[in-house]
Write a protein that binds this ligand. Structure first.
Ligand SMILES: *Cc1c(COP(=O)(O)O)cnc(C)c1O
Length: 404
């Protein structure tokens, strides 16, 4: 008889956002006259840039003509897109990534979840705590995390690196040596980042102990400070220890359009085997390419016009972030993030739990945020607000929070 993957049964209860939706639905049905402002879920709200829409129209028309029709995309993705990525995201920053080290995909969530395919089940992973839940849950599905302990909200075989106010929300190199280290800077959920020098320490450490860093740079476009690396490959030695994952979702609003990429340098070897060859095999076998029209649209953000337009979008969100950050500071909250990321991370006041503060904010200000505990045990006592709303709603939400 068929057997299921029992690792799935070990995964703890329902997903954070469905619990939030239930609470919000209950509130709206009891208070139909109250206008809710959502500063919770990490999805963009601005429409796609004009250059992206133009390119989509054009490439749709190409698909309708015999001479320009495209079928399956090349395994790694279209060369025009990989070349644009290499030129703009890497060469422009002095990083020598080659076009055949870039794998185009349908997004960073799938890549960060799928990358585990090329690693043995016996590897020990280290994650920041709080963390983007995908890294942990996909490793749990693969059987790499041991058992879930509801009392501590931790997996028995995961190294947690607490990111708290005390350490500036930056992970500290753990006592136990991990094999795979997940890092995400600028960070979701804390909005924190680390300096290039600090990132260099991680790269040096990974090379020393023979670990691989999975570096999620989904929020690279939000970096505003000088000493922050846009790519891990700006650090010396990263080519031999790091895989970098990027997304078109948060910089260019492709959350519903789907496009991302993963870089696996050919220098990155384990026991003489290039991880590039394994990921190429995995990609070629299990993935049949992102749509041509979407890859064409993705390439358009690297034109002069495209760069200008997506910079405006990021600027719009970062203005919201500033309003939230400064508004909450004025109101006496202890807040961080919001400078290199569209996330503001606040400490719940007077020792409230994350969920108590969620209820408080929903009931008193009709504002929806995300309880920090949903991102890991060290997120308890914290709360995430996002800058992805409209300017008007963001301003109103902050006025309401101040008046609470
Ligand atoms: C939003 C987000 C992603 C998801 O990106 P997609 O390309 O839309 O799948 C990946 N990593 C982090 C940390 C994110 O916040």
């Amino acid at each position: 008889m068929v057997k299921i993957n029992k690792n799935y049964l070990k995964l703890p209860g329902s997903y954070l956002f469905s619990d939030i939706a239930k609470k919000v639905n209950a509130f709206t049905s009891n208070n139909p006259d109250k206008k809710i402002i959502r500063l919770g879920i990490g999805d963009v709200t601005l429409p796609l840039a004009p250059v992206v829409i133009d390119t989509l129209h054009k490439s749709v028309d190409e698909m309708g003509k015999q001479e320009t029709f495209k079928g399956y995309a090349p395994d790694l993705g279209y060369e025009f897109l990989r070349n644009a990525i290499v030129e703009n995201d890497f060469k422009a920053r002095g990083v020598n990534i080659k076009a055949d080290e870039v794998f185009i995909s349908d997004g960073a969530k799938s890549d960060s979840g799928n990358i585990g395919d090329i690693f043995d089940v016996d590897n020990v992973i280290a994650v920041c705590d709080p963390v983007y839940p995908v890294y942990v849950d996909t490793n749990a599905m693969a059987g790499r995390t041991g058992d879930y302990d509801a009392a501590t909200s931790k997996w028995t075989n995961v190294i947690y690196m607490p990111c708290l106010e005390e350490n500036g929300f930056a992970p500290v190199i753990p006592e136990k040596t991990p094999d795979i280290i997940y890092l995400c800077f600028p960070n979701n959920p804390t909005g924190a980042t680390i300096s290039k020098d600090k990132l260099q320490e991680w790269v040096d450490y990974a090379n020393k102990v023979g670990a691989v860093i999975i570096y999620d740079a989904a929020y690279e476009a939000y970096i505003s400070e000088e000493d922050v690396a846009h790519s891990i490959y700006e650090c010396e030695g990263a080519m031999t220890c790091a895989i970098e994952i990027r997304s078109f979702s948060k910089n260019a609003g492709f959350t519903g359009t789907r496009l991302g990429y993963t870089v696996v340098p050919k220098e990155l070897k384990v026991d003489g085997v290039t991880l590039h060859s394994l990921w190429a095999r995995r990609h070629g076998t299990k993935f049949n390419g992102a749509p041509y029209i979407i890859q064409a649209a993705g390439a358009s953000i690297y034109t002069e016009e495209g760069k200008k337009q997506i910079k405006e979008m990021v600027g719009y969100y970062m203005n919201n972030a500033k309003i939230i950050l400064e508004g909450l500071k004025d109101a006496g909250y202890s807040v961080s993030g919001g400078v290199n990321a569209p996330y503001i991370w606040l400490k719940t006041p007077t020792g409230m739990s994350s969920w108590q503060f969620f209820d408080h904010l929903l009931n008193e200000a009709h504002v929806v945020g995300t309880p920090g505990c949903g991102f890991g045990p060290s997120g308890e006592g914290y709360f995430r607000l996002t800058a992805f709303g409209s300017l008007e709603n963001t301003k109103e939400a902050i006025e309401r929070i101040k008046a609470m």
